[in-house]
Design a protein around this ligand. Structure first.
Ligand SMILES: C[C@@H]1N[C@@H](c2cn(-c3ccccc3)nn2)[C@H](O)[C@@H]1O
Length: 449
C-alpha cells in the first residue's frame, strides 16, 4: 500500500509551465565534460588506461595530492567559448549542459567555498560565465551538471558509519548546498541542474537534503529544471520514490543507453538520454579510437528514436586541455548540423506520435503544437514501398518530402488501416523526413439525421 513519504515525489505528471515546455521542445542538447582529467587524457606515466578518462584518478590509483596539483597546469590558452557556441549552434542543439564540478571536485567557476577552482590555475578566468554568455548569445539554453560525489573534499563520505562520519558529511552537505546556491545566484540565466554522483549510501541516507536542494534552487530560480538523479526519498529510493512516483522534473536514468523503440512507458513522463560518442569516454581521451566511436548516422538515429519516444537527447563532447574541440568531434557536429538544417522540423517541439505503431523503416514524430506528423526514414525497403499501418479511422491523404515538397510520393490505401507510400526510384545517402497529411474519418463522418 501507499507509503507516507516526506521526501518523495512532490507532484505527479508532466510540468506544463513555459520553462518546462521550452526544456521539452529543445529536444537536442550538447553535454560538455571538461576538467583537470582533460590534461592527462586517459594516460598516466606512459600507460594508457582504457576506462573512462574522467575516472583516470581512480583507474591509475593517483593520490589526491598528485591529482590536485594538475590545477597548476590547467591553462587552456586556445579556449574560445564563442567558437564552441558557434559549433553547437551549427550542430542544431538548443541547450548545453556543462560540468561545473565533476567527481574530481575541481570547480570551473571561482567558487568561494573551495580553493580547488579555476581561479587558482594559470588560466584564472571564470569558464562557466564565459560559456553561459557565449551559448546564451547564440540562443542556446545552459544547464549546470554538478557532481555531489566529490573525491577532493575531505568531508565527503561514501557511507555514514560513525558519529564522525555524520558530522563530517553534514559539513559536506552544507558545502555542496552553498555551492549550488552560488551557482543559482551568480548565473541567473541557468535553465537547469543536472545532478550526478548521488548513488552512494551517504546520499541515500539523506533524502531530506536532496529535496531541500531542489526546493532551494527552484526558489532562487523559478522554472529551473532538475533531474530525477538528484533525489533520494525517505527510504533511499532514487529516481522513483517508494510509491513508484518519479522525483524531479524528468527521468535521467538513460546514460549511454536508450529505451527500446517499443517501450511506450517512457512517453508518459519527461526524460533525457545522455550519450557518449566513444563507447565510454565522457572526458577527453588522447586515443579517440581505443573503443568503437559512433557514426553521425547512428547518432542521428538515436536523436530521432529519442524524440519519437518524447525524450531529450544530450550528446557529449570532451574538449582538449588546450581548450579546442578535437577534430573528430567537430566533423561529427558538422554532419549532424547539416542534417538538422534540413530536418529539424521533425525534432524541435516534436515528440511521440500518439498511437502510431513502431515501423520497421524508421520512426514517427509529431509536432506538439500543430500535430503535424513526420515519418523519419532510415531503412528503405527493397520494394521501395513504405508500408504504413494507420490508426482506426485515420487515413493518409498526402505524403511529401520535407526537403523537396514538390517531389510526389504516391499514396495508396491497400486495405483498412494499410497504406503504401511509393518512393521515387532514387538513392538516398541520408535519413529523410516525409510529412504525412492525415484525415480523421471519424471527424468528417456526417451524423445520420
Ligand atoms: C554522466 C556520466 N556519469 C558519470 C559516471 C558514471 N559512473 C559509473 C560508475 C560505475 C558504473 C557505471 C557508471 N560513475 N560516474 C560519468 O563520468 C559521466 O559524468
Amino acid at each position: 500500500e501507499k507509503k507516507l513519504l516526506k521526501y518523495g515525489a512532490q507532484y505527479e505528471g508532466k510540468r506544463t509551465d513555459a520553462a518546462m515546455q521550452k526544456w521539452r521542445s529543445n529536444r537536442f542538447g550538447q553535454f560538455i565534460h571538461w576538467g583537470l582529467y582533460a590534461i592527462p587524457g586517459g594516460e598516466w606515466k606512459g600507460k594508457t588506461y582504457t576506462y573512462a578518462a574522467e575516472f583516470l584518478k581512480s583507474s591509475a590509483h593517483i593520490p589526491n595530492s598528485t591529482w590536485d596539483s594538475l590545477q597548476y597546469q590547467f591553462n587552456p590558452v586556445k579556449f574560445d567559448p564563442k567558437t564552441w557556441a558557434k559549433m553547437a549552434k551549427k550542430m542544431g542543439v538548443k541547450y548545453m549542459t556543462i560540468t561545473t564540478k565533476h567527481h574530481e571536485g575541481f570547480c570551473l567557476w571561482p567558487t568561494q567555498y573551495t580553493k580547488f577552482n579555476i581561479g587558482n590555475t594559470p588560466y584564472k578566468k571564470d569558464i562557466i560565465k564565459a560559456l553561459v554568455d557565449a551559448y546564451n548569445s547564440e540562443g542556446i539554453d545552459v544547464n549546470f551538471y554538478y557532481s555531489v560525489l566529490d573525491w577532493h573534499h575531505p568531508d565527503w563520505r561514501y557511507d555514514i558509519k560513525t558519529k564522525e562520519d555524520s558530522i563530517a558529511f553534514s559539513r559536506y552537505l552544507t558545502f555542496a548546498q552553498n555551492q549550488l546556491k552560488e551557482l543559482a545566484e551568480n548565473y541567473p540565466s541557468v535553465k537547469g541542474f543536472w545532478f550526478d554522483g548521488t548513488w552512494d549510501q551517504s546520499i541515500k541516507k539523506n533524502g531530506w537534503w536532496t529535496l531541500q536542494v531542489e526546493q532551494m534552487l527552484k526558489s532562487i530560480r523559478p522554472g529551473v529544471v532538475v533531474n530525477s538523479r538528484l533525489r533520494a526519498d525517505d527510504y533511499g529510493a532514487r529516481h522513483f520514490d517508494s510509491n513508484g512516483k518519479m522525483m524531479g522534473d524528468y527521468e535521467s536514468g538513460y546514460e549511454r543507453r536508450l529505451p527500446s523503440p517499443t517501450d511506450t512507458q517512457v512517453i508518459h513522463r519527461d526524460w533525457e538520454a545522455c550519450m557518449t560518442i566513444p563507447e565510454n569516454q565522457w572526458g577527453y581521451h588522447k586515443k579517440w579510437d581505443i573503443s568503437y566511436t559512433k557514426t553521425p548516422l547512428e547518432l542521428i538515429e538515436m536523436l530521432v528514436q529519442t524524440t519519437s519516444l518524447g525524450g531529450n537527447f544530450l550528446l557529449n563532447f570532451g574538449p582538449k586541455p588546450d581548450g579546442t574541440i578535437r577534430i573528430e568531434e567537430q566533423q561529427i557536429a558538422e554532419h549532424i548540423g547539416n542534417w538538422m538544417k534540413i530536418n529539424s522540423a521533425a525534432i524541435y517541439n516534436a515528440g511521440h506520435a500518439k498511437g502510431w505503431p513502431r515501423q520497421d523503416w524508421g520512426y514517427f514524430t509529431q509536432n506538439e503544437t500543430t500535430g503535424k506528423l513526420y515519418a523519419v526514414v532510415f531503412n528503405i525497403p527493397i520494394s521501395g514501398i513504405l508500408k504504413i499501418q494507420t490508426l482506426e479511422g485515420i487515413t493518409i491523404s498526402k505524403a511529401s518530402f520535407l526537403e523537396k515538397p514538390d517531389v510526389p510520393i504516391t499514396v495508396k490505401e491497400i486495405a483498412k488501416k494499410q497504406v503504401n507510400l511509393y518512393l521515387p526510384q532514387q538513392s538516398f545517402s541520408e535519413p529523410f523526413v516525409i510529412i504525412l497529411d492525415t484525415i480523421n474519418e471519424n471527424k468528417n463522418k456526417y451524423i445520420d439525421a
